[in-house]
Structures are given as structure tokens and as C-alpha cells.
Design a protein. Structure first.
Length: 94
């Protein structure tokens, strides 16, 4: 079977300082699903698109963005063997 190119689309993740354990669990579940897609469907994810809210609020934006990068985006890039230029985020804010 030929390999297929995939795009992983995630929306409204709402990373906050209060849900770090949930985010870590989400990364683990995504890792399992990605492995299944690769093995069963021969899909190789080459791009991640994130829409909606990546972080929860602007009150702790710097801390939440650091958490998003360290606990979610970097592990996801490692799992998929992607670089930063393969991750696209679109916010509602201008």
C-alpha cells in the first residue's frame, strides 16, 4: 500500500495552568492514534493545523504559551518528527 500524506487538525485545545495533566494525557492519546494511523492506514502526517484557542486566556498568556510549547507542541513535533514550520496556528484574534 502506498503511503498517504496526512494533515492533523486540532481545535480549541485551551491549554491552561490548571490542565497540564490533561494535556499530557492528550499527547499520549494522540501518540497512540498517530501510531495506529501510520500502521493501519499508511498515513504519514506532514502538517499540523491548530484552529480555535490554543491557550485558555490572556490573563496568564506567557505562562500558558510556554506550557503549550513545552507540554504539547514540542512533544507533538517529536512524535511526528516535524519542525516548527510544519505547525500552523490560526487564532480568532486579529
Amino acid at each position: 500500500m502506498d503511503l498517504r500524506i496526512g494533515i492533523l487538525h486540532l481545535s480549541d485545545i485551551h491549554i491552561s495552568l490548571n490542565n497540564q495533566k490533561i494535556i499530557e494525557r492528550l499527547v499520549g492519546l494522540l501518540q497512540k492514534d498517530i501510531a495506529l494511523l501510520q500502521a493501519v492506514k499508511c498515513v504519514v502526517i506532514k502538517m499540523v493545523c491548530i484552529s480555535g484557542d490554543l491557550i485558555n486566556s490572556g490573563d496568564n498568556a506567557n505562562e500558558e504559551l510556554d506550557l503549550a510549547l513545552g507540554s504539547f507542541l514540542q512533544p507533538l513535533m517529536n512524535i511526528l518528527k516535524l519542525s516548527e514550520d510544519s505547525i500552523f496556528c490560526r487564532s480568532r484574534e486579529p
